[in-house]
Design a protein around this ligand. Structure first.
Ligand code: SME
Length: 160
């Protein structure tokens, strides 16, 4: 088993415990951000963007762990987050310097992965992770983070 797989195998039960535990949805999302940022060495910013209920063409910054960002509202189609929302698919950028449609948060960020959190066909929100390491993401990251997004979608669907 790779080191990554070991980290992720250990983390998944903790994520499930957070989701099934007590507290508001916002607190749970915050705890997931704190856990992921704390445990995965190449995750330097971990946050959720949530679709604005009143304007579904906008994503609004939710709980996060990392440096504050000016990008608190992102239009669907703009940047990496907005494009992941538009396509409703995971978007992995191993080198952000090669992206033209990119909203920079900090010059330290080298790579980014964004996964939509889907309820049916609708983008409920997104999990967004920035890394200060170039090309840190592999299929294992996508697989594990996809599982987290499914668990968060279950929580959102249940109104939790
Ligand atoms: N880089 C993102 C903006 C959000 S920050 O990474 C926190 C983008 O291009 O959509």
């Amino acid at each position: 088993m790779t080191d990554k797989a070991k980290i992720y195998e250990g983390l998944l039960p903790n994520v499930k415990a957070i989701i099934g535990g007590s507290g508001s949805r916002e607190k749970k999302l915050q705890r997931i951000c704190d856990l992921l940022r704390g445990e995965v060495p190449y995750f330097d910013w971990v946050g959720f963007y949530l679709t604005d209920a009143e304007n579904p063409d906008d994503l609004v910054l939710g709980p996060f762990n990392g440096a504050p960002t000016e990008h608190v509202r992102i239009s669907v189609g703009t940047g990496i987050c907005g494009r992941a929302a538009h396509t409703r698919r995971m978007f992995v950028v191993q080198d952000v310097s090669k992206e033209t449609n990119y909203l920079a948060c900090s010059p330290d960020v080298k790579a980014e992965i964004v996964l939509p959190i889907l309820i049916g066909n609708r983008v409920w929100g997104e999990l967004d992770i920035d890394s200060h390491t170039l090309a840190p993401f592999s299929s294992e990251d996508g697989e594990f983070l996809g599982k987290i997004c499914s668990l968060v979608a279950d929580l959102a669907r249940a109104g939790g």
